[in-house]
Design a protein around this ligand. Structure first.
Ligand code: BGC
Length: 481
């Protein structure tokens, strides 16, 4: 077993490599899509002579496409299969980026970004699903962290490339160049095997066994996994029916939806889409705006490591409490500085530091943790449906945030806009206390049992002994630790 694990050429190494590559590239595309527009808007606005309102549409049409893509992705990944859905997603991604680079009018740009969105909606649903089905159990957790890390790296790369092209003001290159990683992703996908679970769902048992044998390099292991999958498939996915019939499932779906609304209304994407504009409001010239935006991207990447390091030690709730508090303070102070007026260099730097503090708050908490919680709280029978609903919500809420920021700035002013988001973070802190369960070190089966037994949502991560004997929550935590 050990010799197998340490041999560099063993097939299981190849699996890990393939799945890592897919996680990396799918996350990277997600990040590129989010990050690429921020540096381009001012040049697009100049060339097409369009209002802030049209810019909001160009920004948020991508999220509209993503919401639609995420809705259709469940059906597509079940009928076409995971791999073919991802290939379709990658083709749309390449087409969307090339069309945005070549766009001849604001309308074409909106259409191109809807196409990009469709691609990313499909990929954000299908890639984690494929990963969970192909990766071995012991690397599954690492895959989720790697995926979020790559989202942040994608955003950073987009910010840096935007900065490089900002000197010539060439927004077409900014938007078009992301077709290159898209093409790499597409080529990489052809090397991947079909998901063994999907093959089993289609009754293609022999092919599933062959894939697993190739991936794991061990016939016994493959046979065991095939038997496990067969067992799991006896619990058919019947999300919509379960949703209509079962109140407890409606609660977990509602929780997933609420979690994603919370993630988006922290205001993170306001900074991701409009950072240069925010730095402009702080009094910075164009090149400083772009460089500070790149610093925002780098801070986002680095602070994600805090979450990776802490998530299994502190647990989800303490990290979320810290994150929401840090975000509320950071944004509250940005608003206050804008209200008082930013006149000196020192005041500018302080305001930038507060914005970066906000980014750290998000990246160490809500960024990765909300995605993890959204899949942990759903029962097996309704997992695809539940995750589909929360992913869809992520994009709709993302669109609302992107489509309203400039209107808010122009309507209530920049200070009040940041205070509004700071206040929302305080509300989310309270919600985290009241509603969010602690899922650290609890098996998914236990969470499901607690949910279906009707325990309050914040208790569904309780240890078994505490549930059956009616111990207090604190006692349950003691037992769990
Ligand atoms: C969110 C994205 C956000 C990104 C920032 C993700 O978890 O879902 O909306 O842009 O984090 O790093």
């Amino acid at each position: 077993m050990n010799t197998v694990a340490t041999s560099p050429l063993h097939p299981s190494r190849t699996t890990a490599l393939f799945t890592c590559m897919l996680a990396a590239l799918a996350g990277l595309m997600f990040g590129l899509d989010i990050g690429v527009i921020s540096g381009a808007t001012q040049f697009i606005q100049k060339e097409f002579q369009i209002s802030d309102h049209v810019i909001e549409w160009i920004v948020s049409s991508m999220m509209l496409g993503a919401a639609i893509g995420a809705l259709g992705a469940g059906w597509m990944s079940a009928t076409l299969g995971r791999k073919r859905s991802l290939i379709l997603g990658a083709v749309l991604f390449v087409a969307g980026s090339l069309l945005s680079g070549a766009a001849w009018s604001p309308e074409t740009l909106v259409a191109a970004r809807v196409i990009l969105g469709l691609a990313i909606g499909v990929a954000t649903f299908t890639a984690p699903l494929y990963l969970a089905e192909v990766a071995e159990e012991h690397i599954r957790g690492a895959m989720i962290s790697l995926y979020q890390l790559m989202i942040t790296i994608g955003i950073l790369v987009a910010f840096l490339s935007d900065t490089a092209f900002s000197y010539s003001g060439n927004w077409r290159w900014m938007l078009g160049i992301i077709a290159i990683p898209g093409i790499l992703f597409l080529l990489g996908l052809f090397l991947l095997p079909d998901s063994p679970r999907w093959l089993m769902m289609r009754g293609r048992r022999q092919e599933a066994t062959d894939v697993l044998q190739k991936l794991r390099g061990d016939a016994d292991h493959a046979a065991r996994e095939v038997a496990d999958i067969e067992e799991q498939l006896k619990t058919p996915q019947r999300g919509w029916h379960l949703f209509l019939e079962n109140r407890n499932f409606r609660r977990s779906v509602g929780l997933g939806v609420l979690l994603q609304v919370m993630q988006q209304f922290t205001g993170m994407n306001v900074v991701m889409y409009y950072a240069p504009r925010i730095f402009q409001d702080m009094g910075y010239a164009t090149s400083a705006q772009m460089w500070f935006t790149a610093v925002v991207g780098l801070t986002n990447v680095l602070a994600t490591f805090i979450a990776i390091g802490l998530v299994d030690r502190w647990g989800r709730k303490p990290i979320l409490y810290t994150g929401f508090s840090v975000m509320a303070v950071g944004l509250g102070l940005v608003g206050t500085m804008m209200h008082l007026g930013i006149a000196t260099h020192g005041e500018q730097i302080f305001t930038v530091a507060m914005l970066l503090t906000f980014i750290v708050g998000f990246a160490m908490s809500a960024g990765p943790l909300i995605w993890a919680l959204c899949s942990e709280v759903q029962p097996l029978k309704g997992r695809d449906f539940g995750i589909g609903c929360s992913t869809f919500t992520n994009w709709v809420a993302n669109m609302i945030v992107g489509a309203t920021f400039l209107t808010l700035l122009n309507g209530i002013g920049n200070a009040a806009t940041f205070w509004l988001y700071a206040a929302l973070n305080l509300v989310f802190l309270a919600i985290a206390f009241v509603l969010i369960p602690e899922t650290k070190n609890v098996s998914l089966e236990q969470i499901e049992r607690n949910l279906m037994a009707g325990l309050p949502l914040r208790e569904i991560g309780s240890a078994p002994s505490a549930v059956s004997s009616g111990f207090s929550r604190h006692a349950a935590e003691d037992v769990a630790s």
